[in-house]
Design a protein around this ligand. Structure first.
Ligand code: NAD
Length: 302
């Protein structure tokens, strides 16, 4: 494989994604600010560098999988007088960010990269840690057409579906729009199940009707928030994630920021953000986001 990849951010997602690139024959140099993540990476066969800048120097691709847009912009620009990745990398380097961040930050990062003579692609993922390990992630990509073609082989190694959504920031936009639908629909499905309980309806009866009628959606038919109707849903294993409440709260905050910066007259998106913030703060951060149904049930009149 031509060109080395600097892989920055070897956490829950980045670690296994980097392993898949190594297995596919790519030259990878990993870096993470947490020493334990570096140790784990080496144990999995990923060579590591002492600093981010060292990893990026001479790399053909700088791939980032970081917690937030602020982490990304700091890494690109450098902090405390230290050089950033944009300066450390050779001109023409591909800056491929797979983190989930604000659309505005993704566009800013891309602008900085392009201004420094590089290429920029935003490619956030869905599929979670299970998808990262199995190489079955979905990538939502914001890129110029030629840059999309350049990164597609790499993304194909780590994912099974790669969708070109438009120019810079379009990948992030697609991700947060989808997850806003998901957050809102999970709350709706959960409220309907609790209402059904109050009205004496069995979970199975409501499922049988709604799953074959106009209430049908992923939150109902794949990630059903009550145990029973869909045996593989997290509700059947005491709401172990799955998709953790903290991540849903994070993604809805990004959606909220985008709603506010664009001035959309949305009401359910902001409300879902508030509801999942409370869920995460009250013990739901590490539970599957479908556990919201227990909150609704607990807060209902008995
Ligand atoms: P994580 O916290 O496990 O990993 C992030 C890693 O980045 C950490 O190991 C951290 O030490 C490292 N890091 C921070 N600053 C750094 C820097 N300057 N240089 C190098 N490393 C640095 O998070 P994660 O679960 O792997 O998620 C990563 C991104 O993927 C997030 O944006 C998240 O929203 C998104 N995401 C996560 C999931 C999921 O299921 N975990 C699913 C889809 C998308």
């Amino acid at each position: 494989r031509e060109g080395r990849i600097a892989f920055l951010g070897l956490g829950h997602m980045g670690g296994p994604m980097a392993v898949n690139l190594v297995k596919a024959g790519y030259g990878v140099t990993g870096f993470d600010v947490v020493p334990a993540a570096l140790d784990a990476a080496r144990e999995h066969g990923i060579p590591t560098a002492g600093t981010a800048v060292e990893a990026a120097a001479g790399a053909a691709v700088v791939l980032t999988m970081l917690p937030s847009g602020q982490h990304l912009l700091d890494a690109y620009r450098g902090t405390g007088g230290q050089p950033g990745l944009l300066e450390a990398a050779a001109p023409g380097t591909m800056f491929l960010d797979c983190s989930t961040i604000n659309v505005d930050e993704a566009r800013e990062a891309a602008e900085l990269a392009v201004a420094a003579g590089h290429h920029a692609v935003d490619a956030p993922v869905s599929g979670g840690v299970v998808g990262a390990e199995a190489g079955t992630l979905t990538f939502m990509v914001g890129a110029l057409p030629e840059d999309f073609e350049a990164v597609k082989p790499l993304l194909d190694v780590m994912g099974k579906r790669v969708v070109h959504c438009g120019g810079h920031g379009a990948g992030q936009a697609a991700k947060i729009c989808n997850n806003m639908i998901l957050g809102v629909s999970m709350i709706a499905v959960s409220e309907a199940f609790v209402l059904g309980e109050k009205l004496g309806l069995t979970h199975q009866a409501l499922f049988d009707v709604a799953s074959a009628a106009s209430g049908q959606c992923w939150a109902l038919t794949t990630n059903c928030p009550v145990p029973g109707p869909v045996p593989t849903s997290p509700a059947n294993r005491d709401y172990q994630p799955g998709f953790a409440g903290a991540l849903m709260a994070k993604d809805l905050k990004l959606a909220l920021n985008a709603l506010q910066s664009t001035g959309v007259a949305a009401r359910l998106g902001p409300l879902a953000s508030e509801i999942y913030d409370t869920f995460a703060a009250e013990g739901g951060a590490g539970r599957d986001f479908s556990g919201i149904i227990t909150d609704i049930r607990d807060k209902s009149e008995s």
